[in-house]
Design a protein around this ligand. Structure first.
Ligand SMILES: [Zn+2]
Length: 226
């Protein structure tokens, strides 16, 4: 009975989580306007492993292999892609906007000692705000992703931005990607060379809309400000 009461108190203290949705935040927020990256810039390639089984969970968590960001962030990524062409590279995107329920599934499935690689659903992820993007470079000549010395979602120190164990080519490519993204208003997550947050992420709310409910690059805003 005591345990039951404790559970009840806990549930009432975090009502948003108890209901299975993102935590409530006061705002104010900008009206979300999620734009599809490949519609804004068709040269951007996708490798959405969360729509397949070859991700760290081993099962698909998206029904569709698509990538969205809030429009100013999406337009900035498109500019990065176009500028990189002069160096012989394009952008390959693993993930952008991520519904909150997927962040919660990642957290629940990740062991304690690896939790620095996943966002706590009690606070939400900047991916849930449509302001984070996971991406790498691809070689324009071959269409293949480049070697960065550690794979996407590799939960090891080789993924850290400070890792110095790679070849000169691997580390130079990480620097090229990071520099190009930083010049367009993104900053890298220190534990993941592939994860970048858009500078205005605080302006957008946590969202839990599945991709099927989102429009494309020319669609009107997906939701209203809460
Ligand atoms: Zn990420």
């Amino acid at each position: 009975m005591r345990a039951f009461l404790a559970a009840l108190l806990l549930a009432s203290a975090i009502p948003a989580l108890a209901q299975g949705g993102p935590p409530a935040e006061p705002g104010p927020f900008r009206t979300p306007d999620l734009a599809e990256l490949t519609l804004l810039e068709p040269g951007i390639r996708l490798d959405v492993r969360y729509a397949r089984s070859d991700n760290f969970l081993g099962v698909p968590v998206y029904r569709e292999a698509r990538a969205f960001l809030q429009r100013p962030a999406a337009e900035a990524v498109a500019r990065v892609h176009r500028k990189l062409a002069a160096k012989g590279y394009g952008l390959m995107v693993f993930d952008g906007y991520r519904p909150w329920a997927v962040t919660k599934a990642f957290w629940d499935a990740t062991p304690e000692d690896k939790k620095l690689f996943v966002a706590n659903p009690a606070r939400g992820s900047r991916h849930n705000r449509g302001c984070s993007v996971d991406l790498t470079l691809y070689d324009l000549a071959t269409g293949m992703a480049v070697d960065m010395g550690a794979g996407y979602d590799e939960m090891s120190p080789r993924s850290y931005v400070t890792w110095e164990g790679g070849t000169k080519e691997q580390l130079d490519r990480r620097d090229l990607l990071r520099g190009a993204m930083e010049r367009e208003g993104f900053f890298v997550y220190p534990w993941e060379w592939w994860h970048f947050d858009f500078k205005d992420w605080r302006d957008y709310p946590l969202l839990d809309l599945p991709f099927e409910k989102l429009g494309g690059a020319g669609a009107p805003p997906a939701t209203k400000t809460p």
